[in-house]
Design a protein around this ligand. Structure first.
Ligand SMILES: [Zn+2]
Length: 407
């Protein structure tokens, strides 16, 4: 990525340093300046901030912009990193801002944006290791920045930031960068005695029905080290994670993979569908279909008040008694090679789940491994991340590996 030090032009009259760097905030400009690219785009944003808003200079510390129309992204260092700039209201004094000069609107950013952001955030993360990566909307209420679908693509971005990180000091027990499918070496000197179990690799052919396993504590810790939407530590640690362990135990399914799928599908419980009163753990019945008129089927449609539209998808009255059994039972229906070999408890779970949403016979037993879920649970099963196609199975396996690895 081309990088330009343009601080002398854009720093402006900001003179106060931040008190701390608690957050690295990701922004998008929302406004698109037609025709402006590269440094001209940065100038357009700066002019708006200074002339229309009356600020002492451009709001952000670092800007990313296409150098040419549709071309690669370049980095513009617009300010000394320590200054307190105006980009997140009363959190300015604790937050550094990186802005993508584009409008993500209601879409998932193209891989080149995610890759460029990851590169910048990785470097900033080395300088400010305690800072948390957040979207503008996470620390200042009622803002759609950086785009409405930030909760969906944030996990991909964080993975890319982590994937490219330099080899960590093994004494810290941090995971080494690795190629998916290669064994993950357990390396957790801080793990309490008695809680350390063998941590085999989580590849995309991990059988859904067997190893690897992880502890509930490790799953909770992973989830709670990230934003969890409206859900509290109690919800995660005392309700949701234990219910997955209990119900997966009944099903003979691996709780680590079911939880990883839930994390992937809900953006670690931050997605709109996963919030109360919907509690949808894995996109169950969510087809993307939207209607203005009430379809008159409250079991399968939910009204989105802010948008004034009805969205297709299932809601559940509780996590432990409804949402998680429906998720796990459905996963089991995909995984179980034949119904004849199932226990009574397993059949009951499948029946409950398929009552909530039927599963065509042709899909039953198609996913004894994670790979089998791609293209059946998730269509088309591919998403773009880090400049390449990442399969659905790979996304889930990556999360599972991180939980096992304590990351
Ligand atoms: Zn913003």
């Amino acid at each position: 990525m081309n990088r330009y030090d343009v601080r002398s032009e854009f720093q402006g009259r900001y003179t106060t340093d931040r008190a701390s760097t608690r957050y690295l905030a990701v922004h998008h400009a929302a406004a698109v300046y037609p025709g402006a690219r590269g440094i001209d785009h940065v100038r357009s944003a700066a002019t708006y901030h200074v002339e229309s808003r009356g600020w002492p200079g451009i709001a952000y510390h670092v800007c990313l912009a296409e150098e040419t129309r549709g071309g690669p992204i370049a980095r513009y260092d617009t300010s000394d990193l320590e200054t307190r700039r105006f980009h997140v209201g009363d959190m300015n004094t604790h937050t550094l801002g990186v802005c993508c000069l584009t409008d993500f609107g209601n879409r998932i950013p193209e891989a080149k944006w995610i890759e460029a952001l990851a590169e910048v955030l990785r470097e900033l993360g080395e300088r400010y290791p305690d800072a948390e990566i957040v979207g503008h909307q996470e620390i200042v209420a009622d803002r759609s920045c950086p785009g409405e679908r930030w909760p969906e693509w944030k996990p991909t971005l964080l993975e890319r930031v982590g994937d490219g990180a330099p080899a960590a000091d093994p004494r810290n027990g941090a995971a080494e960068p690795r190629v998916l499918g290669e064994p993950v070496q357990p390396n957790e000197p801080n793990e309490p005695a008695g809680n350390s179990e063998a941590a085999p690799a989580v590849g995309t052919i991990s059988p859904l029905l067997v190893v690897p396993r992880s502890t509930a504590e490790r799953c909770s810790r992973y989830m709670l080290s990230r934003p969890t939407g409206e859900y509290t530590e109690y919800d995660v640690r005392a309700v949701i994670v234990p219910a997955y362990f209990e119900i997966c135990g009944r099903a003979g399914l691996n709780p680590l993979l079911a939880i990883s799928q839930m994390i992937h599908e809900t953006g670690n419980l931050t997605s709109w569908w996963s919030q109360r009163p919907r509690r949808n753990p894995a996109g169950l019945g969510v087809t993307g279909e939207v209607r203005r008129e009430d379809p008159g089927d409250p079991d399968r449609w939910v009204f989105h008040a802010e948008r004034g539209e009805h969205r297709a998808g299932l809601s559940f009255p509780s996590w432990d008694e409804h949402a998680i059994p429906a998720h796990v039972g459905r996963l089991l229906a995909y995984a179980a090679p034949s119904t004849a070999a199932l226990t009574g408890a397993q059949r009951e779970l499948i029946d409950t789940a398929l009552r909530a949403r039927p599963l065509p016979d042709r899909l039953r037993g198609t996913a004894p491994t994670l790979e089998g879920l791609a293209g059946s649970w998730a269509v088309p099963g591919l998403q773009t991340g880090g400049g390449r196609e990442i399969s659905y199975a790979e996304s889930i396996a990556t999360i599972a590996s991180r939980i096992v690895g304590g990351g």
